[in-house]
Design a protein around this ligand. Structure first.
Ligand SMILES: Cc1ncc(COP(=O)(O)O)c(C=O)c1O
Length: 407
């Protein structure tokens, strides 16, 4: 079937030529489009392409044996409950675990979601009418744009510096109104930046001045490479911040277990939106996840995760220094999984990507992370997927692509 949003389309019925009927798609589908990253990943399915593109967590960190044991425990503890429908806001013990980690007095503010991607969708569902403005960093996590798109907002990009959102730029944007600010203060995707404490306070002050809610997305928060830890925005301003946390980067994304912490007053509507969407996140996944995180088991994983991703970052930057040199400039990220860079003036990363794929290396052109046109010379490189030899070869191929491109 072919389809066009807002218009009538012919749908072949079971492939028989004669019977066709018209399907009119909702106007909101006009804004739906495939993720640029998934399109690039299709190209990299070719076995010979080394990928600096995808954002998948390092598979060697998945605790496969521990998941098997946790599954046994979850079923032994109460197998029927783990297989039955459950409460829309999530299993009480998992919500209590989240509440304790965030020092919340009230676990009712926690709603378990199917990935934080669902949290983004629920935020759009309960907060956005068509035409509403969403303030967000430029660049911003592409999946957030795709989650909000169907609710038909307009985007108000806010300039960043090396600590993330620039408070003056934010002030100017919010002066014109916004439904909410979407922010990733810890090791942003794609920029890798982290906001310091003073910056967090400044952002919240500007939001308070204009009475704007903040949606804080924090999936990379635990992947820090130093001892510096700043409070989440939600801890600094619980009444103003919807916080999204996830087990995807610290445990395994296939579990699809994440959570929202909402300000007082939003609990019920969030739960209702969640219920209408999927009744609840799978009780089985929640029960297993709880067994994997309880009694400090999640925190026990952090030292290893941090060392692993820090070493990976260093392997990538060393390979870039060896082969690409000054033709790519970047900030060294203090955490997360991504390095944000710039090729020289005049380089179009989309055109360069074609040369790169031909030579067997892939990356994500930075303009994919902007709601409108972004700077063409920017790029996101992931350091989660390759090993030392892979990074070396990927950087060598990238240099060859730059040679061919004439940069
Ligand atoms: C900033 C950001 N938010 C949300 C998500 C979605 O995470 P989850 O697997 O919890 O849905 C990602 C995934 O890459 C991300 O980078």
């Amino acid at each position: 079937m072919t389809a066009a949003a807002g218009g009538a389309v012919a749908v072949a019925n079971g492939g028989t030529a004669a019977s066709q009927h018209d399907v009119r798609l909702a106007a909101r589908t006009e804004r739906m489009r495939p993720s640029a990253i998934r399109e690039i990943l299709k190209l990299t399915d070719r076995g010979d392409v080394l990928s600096l593109a995808g954002g998948l967590p390092a598979a060697e960190l998945f605790p496969v044996d521990a998941v098997a044991e946790a599954t046994q425990r979850a079923l032994a503890a109460n197998g029927v409950r783990a297989l039955q429908y459950g409460p829309s806001a999530g299993l009480p013990e998992l919500r209590a675990w989240v509440a304790e980690r965030h020092a919340l007095e009230d676990p009712d503010r926690v709603v378990v979601t199917s990935g934080s991607q669902q949290g983004l969708d629920l935020v759009g569902k309960i907060l956005l009418d068509p035409g509403d403005r969403v303030a967000l960093s430029a660049p911003a996590y592409m999946g957030a744009l795709r989650a909000f798109d169907p609710y038909q907002p307009t985007y108000a990009p806010v300039a960043m510096d090396d600590e993330g959102l620039d408070p003056d730029a934010l002030d100017a944007v919010l002066a014109e109104g916004a439904s909410f600010l979407y922010a990733v203060p810890d090791f942003d995707n794609p920029s890798g930046r982290r906001a310091g404490l003073a910056r967090r306070e400044a952002i919240l002050e500007v939001c308070a001045k204009h009475d704007v809610l903040v949606v804080e997305d924090a999936p990379y928060r635990e992947l820090r490479f130093d001892d510096v830890e700043h409070p989440p925005l939600a801890a600094l301003a619980p009444d103003r911040v919807v916080h999204l946390g996830s087990l995807s980067k610290t445990l395994a994304p296939g579990m699809r277990v994440a959570w929202m912490i909402v300000p007082d007053g939003l609990e019920e509507i969030t739960e209702q939106a969640k219920q209408a969407t999927d009744l609840h996140t799978g009780t089985f996944a929640q029960a297993v996840a709880y067994e994997l995180v309880r009694d400090g088991a999640l925190e026990a994983r952090f030292p290893h995760l941090r060392t692993h991703y820090r070493d990976q970052r260093d392997r990538l930057t060393a390979a870039l220094a060896r082969h690409v040199g000054g033709r790519l400039t970047y900030e060294v990220p203090p955490g997360g999984m991504f390095l944000w860079g710039r090729f020289g003036d005049g380089v179009d990363a989309n055109a360069l990507l074609r040369e790169a794929i031909d030579r067997g290396v892939a990356f994500v052109p930075g303009d994919a992370f902007y709601p409108g046109d972004g700077p063409p010379e920017t790029v996101r490189l992931s350091f989660s997927l390759l090993d030392e030899a892979g990074f070396d070869e990927a950087a060598r191929r990238l240099a060859a692509a730059l040679d061919a491109y004439g940069a």
